[in-house]
Design a binder for this molecule. Structure first.
Ligand code: 5AD
Length: 342
């Protein structure tokens, strides 16, 4: 496999066949070393922290994998108000965070006026910070208004670039076509855009993963979020197997070599399947961590999957633990807001 790793390192690409062999091979090669070399060439030892604010657990969608899907009657629903969000940001800022990520289900009550009001306030109070949104599919007009209000980045995982797999993960009413259109709209409007998918989601084949990679080569997102699928007990996928640490790390390494300058988080899901998941992610090309700064009492209600890692950066102690985790892996927390260098 080393020859494919070398080729990927030198040329930034592989044929579908080579990719398949590399993805499916064990870890007995130097992928992690090369991925780390490339991340250090572009970003040094810096790790960017993003304060994650889970703004609403209401969702109008019914994705088969997700714990906050509409049909899950056991999910407790909540929505943060303006003051809740500003409080989270104040705590996050005092801990040194320079990006706030507002993430939520597709909650109809999160209308443009409401979100724009929060964006204005955050930008006014913290002009040195970036505002990232992760609020799902919205109209072009809505994305435009949010951008004009000051939003900098938008995370919208494409989930699967393969039509058949996309429809096995989402009920009709959602479409891959619209998903992709949203991503292209966001890019056109000048957002820094994040795409991505879950690793080891039911029915996913290596060919599907290669389609995801090819789609992202076309889109050229500034951020890529991937993490293992983790079953949730109140979803149709409750009895399915989860994605593995090994495959997730393998894909992270490959993505770093293919997208040398991308912002690549060691995700909460990765940290949730293994206590050393995020550390291994950092050593395999990741350069972002997203500590949770949502209020303590809502943390458990934003359960996309079971056993979600709910410690985080919400307190000085939590952040200190994270700092030690990052430093013992050989990296350091960056002070700046951490835009993509492309
Ligand atoms: N396991 C892992 N990740 C999940 N997500 C949703 N449900 C799960 C799950 N069961 C991911 C989706 C979504 C992101 C916010 O969380 O990819 O885009």
């Amino acid at each position: 496999m080393n020859e494919f790793v070398e080729k990927l390192y030198h040329t930034g690409d592989l044929t579908d066949n080579e990719l398949k062999l590399l993805i499916e091979s064990g870890t007995a090669d130097n992928l992690a070393e090369y991925a780390d070399e490339v991340r250090q060439k572009h970003y040094g030892k810096k790790v960017f922290l993003r304060g994650l604010i889970e703004i609403s657990s209401y969702c109008k969608n019914d994705c088969y994998y997700c714990g906050i899907r509409r049909s899950n009657k056991s999910a407790e629903r909540y929505r943060l108000d303006y003051h809740d969000v500003m409080n989270c940001a104040e705590i996050g800022y005092s801990l040194g965070l320079h990006t706030f990520v507002m993430q939520g289900g597709e909650d109809m009550a999160l209308d443009d006026d409401y979100i724009c009001g929060i964006i204005y306030a955050l930008k006014e109070k913290y002009p040195d910070c970036a505002v990232t949104l992760s609020l799902g599919e919205r109209s072009y007009e809505s994305y435009k208004r949010l951008k004009e209000a000051g939003a900098d980045r938008y995370l919208l995982r494409h989930e699967s670039a393969d039509c058949d797999l996309y429809y096995r993960l989402h009920p009709h009413g959602m479409s891959l076509e619209n998903r992709k259109q949203c991503l292209y709209n966001l890019r056109e409007l000048g957002y820094q855009v994040g795409a991505g998918f879950m690793v080891g989601v039911p029915y996913q084949t290596t060919e599907n993963i290669i389609s995801d990679i090819r789609f992202m080569q076309e889109l050229q997102p500034q951020m890529i979020g991937i993490g293992p699928f983790i079953p949730h007990k109140d979803t149709p996928f409750r009895d399915e197997k989860g994605g593995t640490l090994e495959l997730t790390l393998r894909l992270l390494g490959i993505l770093r070599l293919m997208f040398p300058q991308v912002l690549l988080p060691a995700t909460t899901a990765l940290g949730s399947i293994s206590p050393i998941g995020r550390t291994l992610g950092l050593k395999t090309g990741c350069n972002v961590i997203m500590p949770n700064i949502s209020p303590e009492d809502v943390r458990k209600k934003y359960m996309l999957y079971n056993n979600k890692l709910i410690s985080g950066g919400e307190t000085a102690e939590g952040l200190e633990i994270l700092r030690r985790e990052i430093e013992s892996a050989g990296y350091e927390i960056a002070k700046e807001r951490g835009d993509c260098i492309k």
